[in-house]
Design a protein around this ligand. Sequence first.
Ligand code: M6R
Length: 616
Amino acid sequence: MCGIVGFTGTRSAAPILLDSLKKLEYRGYDSAGLAIMDTGLIAGNKPEGTITVSKVRGRIANLCEKTCDGELLPGLTGIGHTRWATHGAPTEENAHPHLSNDGRFAVVHNGIIENYLTLREELIADGYHFESETDTEVIVHLIEMYYKGSVRDALIKTANRLSGSYALGVICSDEPGKIYAVREASPLILGIGIDENFFASDVTALVNHTRNVIYLEDGEFAELSKESIRIFDVSGQVIHKKTKRIMWDVQAAEKGGYEHFMLKEIMEQPGAVKATIAPRIKNGKVEFDELTDLIPYLPGIRKIIITACGSAYYAGCAGKYALEKLCKIPVEVQLASELRYSDPLIDEETLVIVISQSGETADTIAAMKECKARGAKTLAIVNVVGSSVATISDFTVYTWAGPEIAVATTKGYTTQIAVLYMIALYIGDSLGRIDGDYGKMVETIQALPRRIQQAIDMNPGIPAFAKKYHESKALFFIGRNTDYAVALEGALKMKEISYLHAEAYAAGELKHGTIALIEEHQPVIALCCNPSIMEKTLSNIVEVKSRGAEVLALTFRSNQKILSVADDLLFIPKVDALFSAVIEIVPLQLLAYHVAKENGCDIDKPKNLAKSVTVE
Ligand code: M6R
């Protein structure tokens, strides 16, 4: 997904922007570019304010090479961009920054301009010439058209013409030393330095330089010089916003000795789940200070809808069982991309739980807005503080997983489920509907970080299984009930990073069609961690084995029946099945990781995928 950075100060801008762009590489991109403004104060031989653009297709490394690590672009002010193609192929022409016809403005943009075709026709009729196929280019020509000596006015007029989502970075050759930022439905953060200021679409691009930040909100504009930051609204009124301090450790956003971010993040799960759970358990009770205002609404809630995309959706599938059992409220889990267009039966008696690691997933945001418009209360489970989902929802519970860099989520997913378990206990208890041993359930949840570590330690054989299975044509994951929910995520992890065809099936559905695919040596990964349904899954294992399948079963060490029929085994410690999904997924994450490694895949940045899907 695209990334934006901007810098103004007393140091050379290009090397700083290149470094910041590298921090955004994890988001996925196909081209990159810089626009640097010559301030006439350092070795540039162009007039003050001249904007020079350099763009490449492919990696930031190519941009470093093309610009001699930025040395060929002298100047103290600039903007940069990594592009993930939407409108127009990933070419140098389509890469950002885009220049106005008079060369006075350069623009970088994240998001999509929905009315760009109409605007493009209008601008062409007015004599503007287009260099690219992008939706972005209309922005820079509009700014040129509206510019009558005030960049601020031109930006406000331009923003009034745009429909869609945008985070913009703009420089103008008439104002050397200034960078402008505009936000509408796409993240943008200002970084405050000493004699220098920054903006970026993601804090990871800022933390090497400053930890003091301001989160821009929709409809806000910012004018940054090395000494000052001014923020104004659509009417041009100056607004004052609070500075926040980023507490993330720089090291936390780097690999910390592991070969890949994904492996580091898998190993961080005991800590991430503990950080998420611990502050919310006080004196043996689950407490959410952030949800006290929800309590009065709970007796009137007739239905819970969980909505999300990808792994966050699968986290919802896993958490549904605990919510239904402990709260005695029917729970539906719906894909956000489907819900938003489904004219859903949602009203004031519905609680909508929205799950998103990034908090910026376009479909999830749209689904949440749709639910809010129908009167539902929305409760978001989010990892990124100040993100759009967190800002829009009525209630927000943060997962404290820390920054997740690998595109394939791991600790994001497990912390989401941990929060769902605790919300189930919190709501169930508030409504007085828990009929099991509440104290024991809280203890089970408190023990989850330890159990995750055990699940990591119990499976030294995973690299060997990866060697055995990595050349398979397809991998099938089967399970029932809570095991099926985890199978869905296990299969997604496998396909997204190893590119193997992997599918999850509810084990009971095999004989309704899928079993036709089972042939000699077909690997089947069978999840058998839910005692209430174990005998049934065992029968399914026998069925596939009798057709030649090789079964890799995931179960407890004491489960003699499964041990005697499976070909290979993955283990987890024994945990109440209602709360075991966060443990079960861990060996499957490691299996996917090692299979991908065997297959030589780009594990942290799988092809065609982006970390944060901010467009539909
Ligand atoms: O940031 P979100 O949790 O909203 O992202 C949702 C999905 O895009 C995400 O979970 C995606 O499926 C991951 N690649 C899964 O590893």
